[in-house]
Ligand binder design. Structure first.
Ligand code: HGA
Length: 604
């Protein structure tokens, strides 16, 4: 999604803006631009495609000035073109925007009636034009921005820069996050702390509805009612905000390979001897229902958790995709715990679903990677996944860390509901502690997976099959492959094969079967035989016992270490991630920033 930066600096700002935008590249974008004020004059440069195009443009057409704003755009309204790229400028005002101005059509009509001419197809341009109009009416810059903001509907983060004002930025947050950075005689604003990490580690997060009037010497924050708001500055760990590939070719590779370490840290954060260290008061004994809501990969983590909560804790679970849930007006019975999962904690649909449940559910829990995020702040209890910054657009370590927290919650629910003895819990936690070691051992299978992936890269369609706990994971495997290799992939519950998808099977369609040797293995093997009988090429991901039992007719087998049945979704996520990664590398696609995708989906 769009990335925003703004700097009131003491040095030439264009290279600083471009470097900050580079740190926001992970969010996904299609064009970029900056605007500066130099000796009172506002000017801008924009370019389609990667940031290097903007940097090249700036070599030929430099922009001087010590104040400026910058933007990476992920188009929602209007094609990804130079003219639609931000900053948008109207007379003395330039603006960068993340989000959607929902009433932009009405505002366009109003502006058109007042004689305004439009250059772009974007919703954002109305913000610049409206501010220009209010300035022309005689309002000062701050008043004009305020009045404009009061007219906007929808979700946005906005930063304004003005001609003739090289010591003024106005920032506003409603629905999309913004962070203010404090420097030495300088002030910054960015979509997140990562963007600002080389500039400062002192960050103030704006809250919902806040506006900030920034000069080099002052940060004046007002809340939604216009009252002066005291928002504390925090020191953010630079390490947490550090963005480098540590020698890997892609962030995604780094994030896959660091999972043993990250999981070990996440376990440390939650385990205390034979007990799970969760906040006091979190008790599932009286819960009658659990509603799990999320989008994308996080949704598949929820689907996995349904199996855990129902099997281990006997707690009925409903799972839903946030974009469906939020508009369906589902009844929420009393004694429902609602749990929302989002890597960024800013996923627009998930946040809206949470707000829907606010006064209906007994309790709102969230599982997030960003502790200061909107979803975390609006929950009764937010549980961090401790994955560290995830840059690859296709989620990997965040998925396994989400599963880790959800599994711990399911164990806690099992204990609270009298379904698990202290000894059984201790045994389950001991197994969990062994997981980072299993991940390390599974990473050794990388060459086999890479070889299979090179063959998969030659195909057009792939099916993923799984039963029980492997069913949600089959979905996650298919999603990963689609996201980064652009190969069409679909997932089915193995038992569904005969009800339709078997019609797709021929020798050109690899079928990835995820099946540890568990209680359902024989059933899955029967489905696998049905595939092979029709010429299908089976890539079996299993353990040593499964490989032996499956016989020799499968196309390729990846043998993972044996894991406790409940932990297989975590472990089997790894080959699914590696398969997608190597297929994408073989196809030469943009692994970390796949086309059309964005990392933190802050628009509907
Ligand atoms: N609606 C604006 C900004 C899009 C956005 O925030 N994407 O994440 C546009 O289309 O330019």
């Amino acid at each position: 999604m769009c990335g925003i930066v703004g700097v009131l600096g003491t040095h030439e700002v264009a290279p600083i803006l471009v470097e900050s935008l580079r740190r926001l590249e992970y969010r996904g974008y299609d064009s970029a631009g900056i605007a500066t004020v130099n000796e009172g004059r506002l000017d801008r440069r924009r370019a389609v495609g990667k940031l290097v195009n903007l940097s090249d443009l700036l070599v030929h057409e430099p922009l001087a000035g010590k104040s400026g704003i910058g933007h990476t755009r992920w188009a929602t309204h209007g094609a990804p073109s130079e003219v639609n790229a931000h900053p948008h400028k109207a007379g003395p005002v330039a603006v960068v925007h993340n989000g959607i101005i929902e009433n932009y059509k009405a505002l366009r009509d109003e502006l058109r009636a007042m004689g305004a001419a439009f250059e772009t197809e974007t919703d954002t341009e109305t913000v610049a034009l409206l501010t220009q109009y209010y300035i022309a009416e005689g309002l000062n810059r701050v008043e004009a921005a305020e009045k404009t903001l009061s007219r906007l509907e929808g979700a946005f983060a906005l930063v304004f820069l003005f001609d003739g004002e090289d010591d003024l930025l106005i920032a506003a947050r409603k629905g999309s996050p913004l962070a203010i950075g404090h420097g030495d005689g300088e002030v910054y604003v960015g979509s997140d702390a990562i963007a600002l990490a080389p500039l400062t580690d002192k960050i103030t997060y704006l809250e919902e509805g806040d506006r900030a009037i920034l000069t080099r010497g002052s940060v004046d924050i007002r809340d939604a009612e216009g009252r002066r708001a005291n928002r504390p500055a925090k020191t953010v760990s630079i390490d947490a905000a550090r963005v480098d590939k540590s020698g890997y070719k892609h962030f995604m590779a780094k994030e896959i390979w660091e999972q043993p370490t990250v999981l070990a840290n996440a376990l440390d954060a939650y385990l205390d001897g034979d007990r799970i260290d969760l906040p006091e008061g979190l008790d599932f004994a009286q819960s009658e229902r659990l509603t799990l809501v999320a989008c994308g990969t996080a949704y598949f983590a929820c689907l996995t958790a349904k199996y855990w909560f129902e099997t281990l804790a006997g707690l009925p679970v409903e799972t839903d995709i946030a974009s469906e849930f939020r508009y369906r007006e589902p009844p929420i019975p009393a004694a429902t715990t609602a749990l929302f999962v989002s890597q960024s904690g800013e996923t627009a649909d998930t946040l809206a679903a949470l707000r829907y449940c606010r006064d209906k559910a007994d309790r709102i829990l969230s599982v997030v990677n960003v502790a200061e995020s909107s979803i975390a702040r609006e929950s009764d209890l937010a549980l961090p996944i401790h994955a560290g910054v995830e840059i690859g657009v296709a989620s990997t370590k965040a998925f396994t860390c989400q599963l880790n927290v959800l599994y711990l919650l399911a164990l806690k629910a099992a204990v609270d509901r009298g379904r698990m003895s202290p000894d059984a819990l201790a045994a389950a936690l001991a197994e969990l502690r062994g997981l980072p070691g299993l991940f390390n051992a599974a990473l050794d299978r990388d060459p086999t997976i890479a070889e299979a992936a090179r063959a998969v890269a030659e195909t057009r369609d792939v099916l993923f099959l799984g039963r029980g706990l492997m069913y949600p994971l089959a979905h996650e495997g298919a999603l990963k492959l689609k996201e980064i290799s652009y190969i069409h992939a679909e997932a089915y519950a193995s038992g569904e094969l005969k009800h339709g998808p078997i019609a797709l099977i021929d020798k050109s369609v690899p079928v990835v079967v995820m099946a540890p040797k568990d209680a359902l293995f024989d059933k899955t093997v029967s489905n696998m035989q049905e595939v092979m009988a029709r010429g299908g090429q089976v890539l079996l991901i299993t353990d040593a016992a499964g490989a032996e039992a499956a016989g020799g007719d499968v196309w390729k087998t990846v043998i993972l270490p044996e894991a406790a049945p409940q932990l297989t979704p975590l472990l089997y996520a790894l080959p699914a991630q590696l398969l997608a990664y190597h297929a994408a590398v073989a196809k030469g696609t943009d692994v970390d920033q796949p086309r059309n995708l964005a990392k933190s989906v802050t628009v509907e």
